[in-house]
Design a protein around this ligand. Sequence first.
Ligand SMILES: [Zn+2]
Length: 213
Amino acid sequence: MNVILMGPPGSGKGTQAANLAEKLGVSAVSSGDLFRDHQRRNTELGQLARSYMEKGVYVPDDVTIGMIMEWINDPDHSAGFVLDGFPRTQAQAQALDDALTERGGIDHVVLINVSDDELVRRLGGRIICSECQIPYNLNTSPPAVDGRCEECGGSLYQRDDDKAEVVARRIEVYNEETQPILDYYRRAGILSDVDGEQPVESVGDALRVAVSA
Ligand SMILES: [Zn+2]
């Protein structure tokens, strides 16, 4: 069973990918996991990826694809996978298809749908403690006392990255980037949508229904 889980930042994709993989008896992996693993093991691909990240530029597709293919072709992952956050570009999607032709290709692509307004509400309300770094959210999990950390009494502040207008821009970029990939999988007839604004458990149930169809 080969599944791709897609969804914007703030959709809860990472948690859902792990839960879905467990139910399916396969492994979940994100490109972030693989970057960290390769850095830790200091592999050739890891060193290459780091050289780009240190320059503050995107890691090229072939490096990311190399890491994903190595993982997919590992005998430990022959039962299948849930990919989280990959592919991000059409070149990656094409490379993945080519690599999987002899293994039956991708079975399902599921998109966790969350409206832009709800994403801004979830991500744009994030504040953190200046002392212990615990995160709160003004919209979804506010502290008991305004501006004060419940754990240590430290003052809470909002990082520039978490400001609503920055979050809105990040979502816009994500939408622009992923639209061609969604179209690609929709044309292939393997894309389904799940409502990501339900309670977390209901999203999980809907995902399981989507991949058993
Ligand atoms: Zn604190």
